[in-house]
Ligand binder design. Structure first.
Ligand code: CTP
Ligand code: CA
Length: 228
Protein backbone atom coordinates (compact mmCIF):
# COMPACT_ATOMS: atom_id res chain seq x y z
CA UNK A 1 0.00 0.00 0.00
CA UNK A 2 2.89 2.28 0.88
CA UNK A 3 4.45 1.40 -2.44
CA UNK A 4 1.20 2.26 -4.20
CA UNK A 5 1.34 5.67 -2.54
CA UNK A 6 4.94 5.94 -3.69
CA UNK A 7 6.00 7.32 -0.31
CA UNK A 8 7.92 5.04 2.03
CA UNK A 9 9.68 7.41 4.41
CA UNK A 10 10.53 4.56 6.81
CA UNK A 11 12.11 2.32 4.16
CA UNK A 12 15.19 0.66 5.65
CA UNK A 13 14.05 1.35 9.23
CA UNK A 14 13.35 -1.43 11.69
CA UNK A 15 10.52 -1.13 14.18
CA UNK A 16 9.34 -3.11 17.19
CA UNK A 17 5.79 -2.84 18.53
CA UNK A 18 4.42 -4.51 21.66
CA UNK A 19 0.67 -5.03 21.88
CA UNK A 20 -2.10 -6.72 23.80
CA UNK A 21 -2.31 -7.80 27.41
CA UNK A 22 -0.14 -10.34 29.14
CA UNK A 23 -1.58 -13.32 30.99
CA UNK A 24 0.18 -14.22 34.21
CA UNK A 25 -0.63 -17.78 35.29
CA UNK A 26 -1.97 -18.58 38.74
CA UNK A 27 -2.23 -22.32 38.10
CA UNK A 28 -2.71 -24.41 34.94
CA UNK A 29 -6.24 -23.04 34.35
CA UNK A 30 -6.22 -19.50 35.75
CA UNK A 31 -4.41 -16.25 35.03
CA UNK A 32 -4.27 -12.57 35.94
CA UNK A 33 -4.81 -10.29 32.97
CA UNK A 34 -6.20 -6.96 31.87
CA UNK A 35 -8.61 -5.45 29.36
CA UNK A 36 -6.29 -4.69 26.44
CA UNK A 37 -7.71 -5.80 23.06
CA UNK A 38 -4.45 -5.24 21.16
CA UNK A 39 -6.26 -3.16 18.51
CA UNK A 40 -4.17 -0.02 18.90
CA UNK A 41 -0.82 -1.81 18.80
CA UNK A 42 -1.81 -3.95 15.81
CA UNK A 43 -2.95 -0.82 13.95
CA UNK A 44 0.38 0.90 14.69
CA UNK A 45 2.36 -2.10 13.39
CA UNK A 46 0.28 -2.07 10.19
CA UNK A 47 0.68 1.70 9.76
CA UNK A 48 4.48 1.49 10.14
CA UNK A 49 4.63 -1.24 7.47
CA UNK A 50 2.66 0.97 5.08
CA UNK A 51 5.34 3.65 5.50
CA UNK A 52 8.05 1.12 4.60
CA UNK A 53 9.37 -0.05 7.99
CA UNK A 54 10.31 -3.67 8.74
CA UNK A 55 8.13 -4.41 11.74
CA UNK A 56 8.23 -7.04 14.49
CA UNK A 57 5.05 -7.15 16.58
CA UNK A 58 5.42 -8.87 19.95
CA UNK A 59 1.86 -9.64 20.93
CA UNK A 60 0.23 -10.92 24.07
CA UNK A 61 -2.88 -13.09 23.80
CA UNK A 62 -5.46 -11.33 21.59
CA UNK A 63 -8.05 -12.44 19.08
CA UNK A 64 -6.72 -10.48 16.11
CA UNK A 65 -5.29 -11.71 12.81
CA UNK A 66 -1.64 -11.02 11.97
CA UNK A 67 -1.40 -7.68 10.12
CA UNK A 68 -0.13 -8.11 6.55
CA UNK A 69 3.61 -7.82 6.17
CA UNK A 70 4.34 -7.82 9.90
CA UNK A 71 6.56 -10.37 11.66
CA UNK A 72 4.35 -11.40 14.60
CA UNK A 73 5.79 -13.08 17.71
CA UNK A 74 3.09 -14.33 20.07
CA UNK A 75 3.72 -14.57 23.81
CA UNK A 76 1.64 -15.10 26.96
CA UNK A 77 3.44 -13.59 29.93
CA UNK A 78 5.40 -10.44 30.70
CA UNK A 79 8.62 -12.46 31.05
CA UNK A 80 8.06 -14.03 27.63
CA UNK A 81 7.36 -10.57 26.18
CA UNK A 82 10.62 -9.24 27.61
CA UNK A 83 12.57 -12.14 26.10
CA UNK A 84 10.95 -11.69 22.67
CA UNK A 85 11.57 -7.93 22.74
CA UNK A 86 15.27 -8.40 23.54
CA UNK A 87 15.52 -10.94 20.71
CA UNK A 88 14.04 -8.42 18.25
CA UNK A 89 16.77 -5.82 18.90
CA UNK A 90 18.39 -3.82 17.44
CA UNK A 91 15.64 -1.60 16.00
CA UNK A 92 15.38 2.08 15.11
CA UNK A 93 11.87 2.55 16.51
CA UNK A 94 10.15 0.91 19.49
CA UNK A 95 6.48 1.48 20.31
CA UNK A 96 5.26 -0.10 23.56
CA UNK A 97 1.49 -0.35 23.28
CA UNK A 98 1.17 -3.54 25.33
CA UNK A 99 -0.64 -3.52 28.65
CA UNK A 100 1.97 -5.62 30.42
CA UNK A 101 0.70 -6.94 33.74
CA UNK A 102 2.59 -4.99 36.39
CA UNK A 103 2.83 -8.07 38.60
CA UNK A 104 3.01 -11.83 38.19
CA UNK A 105 2.17 -14.55 40.68
CA UNK A 106 5.08 -15.71 42.79
CA UNK A 107 5.12 -19.49 43.09
CA UNK A 108 2.74 -20.58 40.32
CA UNK A 109 0.92 -23.75 41.31
CA UNK A 110 1.61 -26.72 39.05
CA UNK A 111 -1.80 -28.10 39.98
CA UNK A 112 -5.23 -26.55 39.80
CA UNK A 113 -6.03 -24.83 43.11
CA UNK A 114 -9.11 -26.54 44.51
CA UNK A 115 -12.00 -24.78 46.21
CA UNK A 116 -12.84 -26.27 49.55
CA UNK A 117 -15.59 -25.10 51.86
CA UNK A 118 -13.50 -25.83 54.93
CA UNK A 119 -10.46 -23.82 53.76
CA UNK A 120 -9.78 -20.12 53.39
CA UNK A 121 -9.39 -18.85 49.79
CA UNK A 122 -5.79 -18.89 48.52
CA UNK A 123 -3.67 -15.79 49.02
CA UNK A 124 -1.65 -14.84 45.95
CA UNK A 125 1.78 -13.29 46.40
CA UNK A 126 2.71 -10.99 43.51
CA UNK A 127 6.13 -9.92 42.30
CA UNK A 128 6.89 -7.12 39.82
CA UNK A 129 7.20 -7.92 36.13
CA UNK A 130 10.10 -6.45 34.15
CA UNK A 131 9.30 -2.97 32.81
CA UNK A 132 9.88 -3.50 29.10
CA UNK A 133 9.51 0.18 28.17
CA UNK A 134 12.08 1.18 30.80
CA UNK A 135 14.46 -1.55 29.59
CA UNK A 136 14.18 -0.29 25.99
CA UNK A 137 14.63 3.33 27.12
CA UNK A 138 17.78 2.72 29.15
CA UNK A 139 20.94 4.19 27.57
CA UNK A 140 23.12 1.65 25.81
CA UNK A 141 24.36 0.51 22.42
CA UNK A 142 21.05 -1.18 21.55
CA UNK A 143 18.78 1.68 22.58
CA UNK A 144 16.39 2.43 19.70
CA UNK A 145 16.68 5.94 18.26
CA UNK A 146 13.03 6.60 19.13
CA UNK A 147 11.22 4.90 22.02
CA UNK A 148 7.49 5.58 22.32
CA UNK A 149 5.47 4.53 25.35
CA UNK A 150 1.79 4.62 26.09
CA UNK A 151 0.21 5.86 29.29
CA UNK A 152 -3.19 4.58 30.29
CA UNK A 153 -4.52 6.95 32.91
CA UNK A 154 -7.83 7.52 34.64
CA UNK A 155 -6.93 10.80 36.38
CA UNK A 156 -4.80 13.88 35.63
CA UNK A 157 -3.88 12.36 32.26
CA UNK A 158 -1.38 14.99 31.10
CA UNK A 159 0.38 15.52 34.42
CA UNK A 160 0.76 11.79 34.97
CA UNK A 161 1.91 11.18 31.40
CA UNK A 162 4.56 13.90 31.53
CA UNK A 163 5.86 12.36 34.77
CA UNK A 164 5.75 8.88 33.23
CA UNK A 165 7.84 10.02 30.25
CA UNK A 166 10.57 11.23 32.61
CA UNK A 167 10.37 8.17 34.85
CA UNK A 168 10.59 5.68 32.01
CA UNK A 169 13.21 7.60 30.03
CA UNK A 170 11.34 7.18 26.75
CA UNK A 171 11.25 9.86 24.06
CA UNK A 172 7.52 10.16 23.49
CA UNK A 173 4.41 9.16 25.39
CA UNK A 174 0.99 8.62 23.86
CA UNK A 175 -1.40 9.22 26.74
CA UNK A 176 -4.96 7.89 26.80
CA UNK A 177 -7.81 8.58 29.16
CA UNK A 178 -9.13 5.13 30.08
CA UNK A 179 -11.49 6.28 32.84
CA UNK A 180 -14.91 4.66 33.01
CA UNK A 181 -17.12 5.90 30.18
CA UNK A 182 -14.34 6.63 27.67
CA UNK A 183 -14.57 3.09 26.22
CA UNK A 184 -10.94 3.20 25.06
CA UNK A 185 -9.96 -0.25 26.34
CA UNK A 186 -11.55 -2.63 23.86
CA UNK A 187 -13.41 0.18 22.07
CA UNK A 188 -12.95 1.29 18.45
CA UNK A 189 -11.78 4.86 19.11
CA UNK A 190 -9.00 6.52 21.03
CA UNK A 191 -8.25 10.05 22.15
CA UNK A 192 -4.57 10.69 22.65
CA UNK A 193 -2.27 13.35 23.94
CA UNK A 194 1.22 13.03 22.43
CA UNK A 195 4.01 14.16 24.70
CA UNK A 196 7.34 14.74 22.97
CA UNK A 197 10.55 16.59 23.71
CA UNK A 198 8.86 19.62 22.11
CA UNK A 199 5.71 19.68 24.23
CA UNK A 200 2.13 18.44 24.29
CA UNK A 201 -0.10 17.78 21.27
CA UNK A 202 -3.78 17.16 21.98
CA UNK A 203 -5.26 14.96 19.27
CA UNK A 204 -9.02 14.58 18.60
CA UNK A 205 -11.05 11.42 19.19
CA UNK A 206 -10.06 9.14 16.30
CA UNK A 207 -10.67 5.58 15.17
CA UNK A 208 -7.67 3.54 16.35
CA UNK A 209 -6.50 2.97 12.75
CA UNK A 210 -6.46 6.73 12.12
CA UNK A 211 -4.60 7.39 15.33
CA UNK A 212 -2.08 4.73 14.28
CA UNK A 213 -1.57 6.38 10.87
CA UNK A 214 -1.11 9.75 12.50
CA UNK A 215 1.47 8.36 14.92
CA UNK A 216 3.31 6.54 12.12
CA UNK A 217 3.45 9.75 10.07
CA UNK A 218 4.68 11.67 13.08
CA UNK A 219 7.42 9.03 13.54
CA UNK A 220 8.36 9.26 9.85
CA UNK A 221 8.63 13.05 10.14
CA UNK A 222 10.91 12.61 13.15
CA UNK A 223 13.24 10.43 11.07
CA UNK A 224 13.24 12.85 8.16
CA UNK A 225 14.27 15.68 10.48
CA UNK A 226 16.47 13.94 13.04
CA UNK A 227 17.01 15.60 16.39
CA UNK A 228 20.69 16.43 16.75
N1 CTP B 1 5.09 -1.08 30.17
C1 CTP B 1 6.02 -2.06 29.86
N2 CTP B 1 6.29 -3.05 30.76
C2 CTP B 1 5.66 -3.09 31.96
C3 CTP B 1 4.70 -2.10 32.28
C4 CTP B 1 4.44 -1.10 31.37
O1 CTP B 1 6.60 -2.02 28.77
N3 CTP B 1 5.95 -4.06 32.81
C5 CTP B 1 4.86 0.00 29.22
C6 CTP B 1 3.50 -0.02 28.55
O2 CTP B 1 3.56 -0.75 27.34
C7 CTP B 1 3.28 1.46 28.28
C8 CTP B 1 4.01 2.15 29.42
O3 CTP B 1 4.93 1.20 29.93
O4 CTP B 1 3.92 1.87 27.08
C9 CTP B 1 3.17 2.66 30.52
O5 CTP B 1 2.35 1.66 31.04
P1 CTP B 1 1.40 2.02 32.27
O6 CTP B 1 0.73 0.78 32.75
O7 CTP B 1 0.55 3.21 31.88
O8 CTP B 1 2.46 2.58 33.33
P2 CTP B 1 3.18 1.94 34.56
O9 CTP B 1 4.58 2.46 34.58
O10 CTP B 1 3.01 0.46 34.59
O11 CTP B 1 2.45 2.63 35.78
P3 CTP B 1 0.95 2.44 36.35
O12 CTP B 1 0.36 1.20 35.74
O13 CTP B 1 1.13 2.36 37.82
O14 CTP B 1 0.25 3.71 35.93
CA1 CA C 1 0.99 -0.60 34.44
Amino acid sequence: QGAALGWEPLAGRRALVTAGPTHEPVDPVRYLGNRSSGLQGYAIAAALVVLGARVTLVSGPVSLADPAGVNVVRVETGLEMERAVRAALPVDIAVCAAAVADWRVDGISGRKLKKRADMAPPVLTLVPNPDILAILSAPGPERPTLVVGFAAETDDVEVNAVAKRTRKGCDWIVANDVSAGTNVMGGPDNRAVLITEDGIERWPLLPKADLARRLAQRIAARFEAPVM
